[in-house]
Structures are given as structure tokens and as C-alpha cells.
Design a protein around this ligand. Structure first.
Ligand code: FME
Ligand code: ZN
Ligand code: ZN
Length: 408
């Protein structure tokens, strides 16, 4: 892939790099600068712009291109504006400079997750508007805060607001993940995050003794049960080539806490786990399983949830779903191979689907290594521009889906 010199850079790439330079990095994102950026872009594109403060300092910016038939439900193009922190010393270039190398790779935090998508939406709308198109359905672009820390001050609140319902979203697109092959991954569901802390209490005492009923011994049993379950799910994934990562339940032990001194047996210890529960799991039975592992470990072992998503939804990927039919038809016409999967991580799409809006997770990056949250996150400008082409084809198709029973 070749790239043009800076003087001939495509204006969509220039806008992308400008956005990448805004430091919307957790844990202290500069959301004010991002909102100002989208307000200015809305002005340039002649789009409506609404700001909804869902919590103090947490603004959702909504850019709107009205359709010709206001009775139809709208298309919602969502993207989050925050990005995850960096370990600067592991980067080849400043992660907030949006450096472009001689081959055309743009290095920046957010290059894949998901500032590319925000600008691709805008640039596709710009092109279609410049060409004089209008479509029956309204297109709304929402730029939301807080996704990287769970969306609790972002999309989770926004979907409950009257301003969200007033958008009358019939279908939504949000983020996906890059695909290193020629194909594009599209996500039709998500695993549910369950963050579980197991606390074990037991007899304290002098650490030179063979004390019975210690917190550590009981915690060890629970850790063993959960890691054995992890191994079982891992084997199930490994042994079946039809299963993808998002189709099985994963768990990782992410924190161990407790203890005060080498020679004091602590009265309490805890272990924290990040479970990602597959959408076809019986949630009630799974929670009972967790409880029974705690009980089997002995007295005084309890669990609490720091996150517990209970509303997994599946957006159908067959022609019974007119949105899928329109989406997949465009991809077919463009000769794009789609790989439908379940999102292994959690995105704002779970909140959108939970309020009844069918949604797909799609970040059009093929032939691209998966570098979200990684060092040297980067995207080739040609892949980025191809993504603009793809949305330029997708939006007319989606915004022209004929009236549906759900529209009335
Ligand atoms: C459970 S809320 C955290 C959301 C986060 N999303 C992106 O990485 C994730 O860990 O999947
Ligand atoms: Zn993301
Ligand atoms: Zn992310």
C-alpha cells in the first residue's frame, strides 16, 4: 500500500488525525474538546447538533441528518469518544500525535478503537450530502462518553432519556474489531460482563501453626473450581473449529487481596474474577453454580458482583431481519466477506439492544492486526478510507429500508 505526501493527504484522513490528537484518554478524558470538535464538524456539514448532558460533565453529542419521511424510524450510528490509557514507553510514536509513517500507517490511541469509525460515519455523510442525496430515514450520529469504563455515565443513562426515545432509532451500528484476514467481522450479540469478587473468611492466628478453616484454604478451593471451569471452556473452544471466542464463557482471575504480614494468618482474603458469559448460557443456573462453588469451599465464603449484565440480546443475521438483509446485501455487492460473531468484550451495543433496537457491531478494518487497547495501536490510511467507502454504500441502503411494521 502506498501513501500520498502530506500536501496531498485526503481531507478525511486529515480530519481523522485531528480527532486522534484530542486527548479523550481515560481516566481524565478531555470531553469538552471532543464535543467542540463535533459541534464544529456539524456546522461545516450542515447537520443538526444536540447536546445531552446525561450526568454532570458527561455530554452525548447527537448530529442529525433528517430523512425525507419523518414517520419512519431512524438509523443510529454510535461511537464512543473516550480511549483507554497508554504505556507511552512502549510506543514507537507519541500516541496522541497521530504520526503517519512513510507507508501510511497512522499511530494513535483510538486509531482502531474507535475514532476511525466516528470519522468514517461523518465522512460518508459528508460525501452523500455533497452529492445531493436524501434518504427516507433520518440518520443520527451519537458521540458518547465513558464506554471504556462501562458506559455507566454514557450510553447506559442515555438510552433511558426522553432525548434518546425522541430519536426513534430503528437500527443501530456501533463498534466491532479489526480482522487480520481479508474478511470483515460483524458482531450480532455480546457476552455479558460479570465481575465477581469472592470473599473468604476464616480463623486467624500464628502462621507457624497448622490452623484449620483458614480464609486462604477456602479461597483456594473456589479459585480452583473457577479455573477448572475456565480450562473446560478453553478446551471446548479449542476442540471445536466452529466455535469463536465469543461463543464460550471466559473467566480470568484478575485480583487477589488480603493479608497483613508473613506470620499472621489473615481472617479474610478475596479473589476477583472477570467473567464474560456467553449469550446462550442459562444465567440463573450459572449464578447458582457460582454460589455452589462458594458453598462447597466451606463456611464464610461469599460473592458479590461489581458488574452483572443480565440482558443479552441477539440481533438476527438472516433475512427475517430487514436491517441485516440491507447490510449484508451491500457487503455482498461490494464483494466483502463477512464473519458474523459474538463480541467477546462489552460495548455500548448491549444498552442499545436491551432497549429493543437491533444493532450490529462493525468497524470496517480488514487486513489489519487487532491492536485495540494495545501498544502502537495503528491503522493504515487506505484501510480507513476504504471504510469511508463502505459506509457510503451502507448508509443509503439502511436509510432506505422500506417502512416496517415496527415503524408505525
Ligand atoms: C464491563 S464494563 C467494561 C467495558 C469494556 N469495554 C471495552 O473494552 C470491557 O471490558 O469489555
Ligand atoms: Zn471501543
Ligand atoms: Zn475499547
Amino acid at each position: 500500500m502506498t501513501s500520498k505526501g502530506p500536501e496531498e493527504e485526503h481531507p478525511s484522513v486529515t480530519l481523522f488525525r485531528q480527532y486522534l490528537r484530542i486527548r479523550t484518554v481515560q481516566p481524565k478524558p478531555d470531553y469538552g474538546a471532543a464535543v467542540a470538535f463535533f459541534e464544529e464538524t456539524a456546522r461545516q456539514l450542515g447537520l443538526g447538533c444536540q447536546k445531552v448532558e446525561v450526568a454532570p460533565g458527561y455530554v452525548v453529542t447527537v448530529l442529525t441528518w433528517p430523512g425525507t419521511n419523518p414517520t419512519l424510524s431512524s438509523i443510529l450510528l454510535n461511537s464512543h469518544t473516550d480511549v483507554v490509557p497508554v504505556f507511552k514507553e512502549h510506543w514507537s510514536h507519541d500516541p496522541f500525535e497521530a504520526f503517519k509513517d512513510s507507508e501510511g500507517y497512522i499511530y494513535a490511541r483510538g486509531a482502531q478503537d474507535m475514532k476511525c469509525v466516528s470519522i468514517q460515519y461523518l465522512e460518508a455523510v459528508r460525501r452523500l450530502k455533497v452529492e445531493g442525496h436524501r434518504f427516507p430515514r433520518t440518520i443520527h450520529m451519537t458521540f458518547v462518553p465513558d464506554e471504556e469504563v462501562g458506559g455507566h455515565q454514557g450510553m447506559e443513562l442515555f438510552v433511558q432519556r426522553p432525548e434518546f426515545h425522541a430519536l426513534r432509532a430503528g437500527f443501530a451500528l456501533d463498534e466491532g474489531i479489526a480482522n487480520p484476514t481479508d474478511a470483515f467481522t460483524v458482531f450480532y450479540s455480546e457476552r455479558s460482563p460479570w465481575w465477581v469478587r469472592v470473599t473468604s473468611t476464616g480463623r486467624p492466628g500464628h502462621a507457624s501453626r497448622f490452623m484449620e478453616d483458614t480464609a486462604a484454604e477456602k479461597l483456594h478451593k473456589v479459585v480452583n473450581s473457577i479455573l477448572a471451569f475456565r480450562e473446560k471452556e478453553w478446551q471446548r473452544l479449542q476442540s471445536n473449529p466452529h466455535l469463536k471466542e465469543g461463543s464460550v464463557t471466559s473467566v480470568n482471575l484478575t485480583k487477589l487481596e488480603g493479608g497483613v504480614a508473613y506470620n499472621v494468618i489473615p481472617a479474610t482474603m478475596s479473589a476477583s474474577f472477570d467473567f464474560r458469559v456467553a449469550p446462550d448460557v442459562d444465567f440463573k443456573a450459572f449464578e447458582e453454580q457460582l454460589q455452589s462453588w462458594c458453598q462447597a469451599a466451606g463456611e464464610g465464603v461469599t460473592l458479590e458482583f461489581a458488574q452483572k449484565w443480565m440482558h443479552p440480546q441477539v440481533t438476527p443475521t438472516d433475512d427475517s431481519n430487514p436491517w441485516w438483509a440491507a447490510f449484508s446485501r451491500v457487503c455482498k455487492d461490494m464483494n466483502l466477506t463477512l464473519e458474523p460473531e459474538i463480541m467477546p468484550a462489552a460495548t455500548d451495543n448491549r444498552y442499545i439492544r436491551a432497549v429493543g433496537v437491533p444493532a450490529l457491531g462493525f468497524s470496517p478494518m480488514n487486513r489489519t492486526p487487532v491492536l485495540l487497547h494495545d501498544h502502537d495501536e495503528r491503522l493504515h490510511e487506505a484501510v480507513f478510507l476504504r471504510g469511508v467507502d463502505i459506509y457510503t454504500r451502507l448508509l443509503p441502503a439502511l436509510a432506505s429500508v422500506p417502512a416496517l411494521p415496527s415503524d408505525s
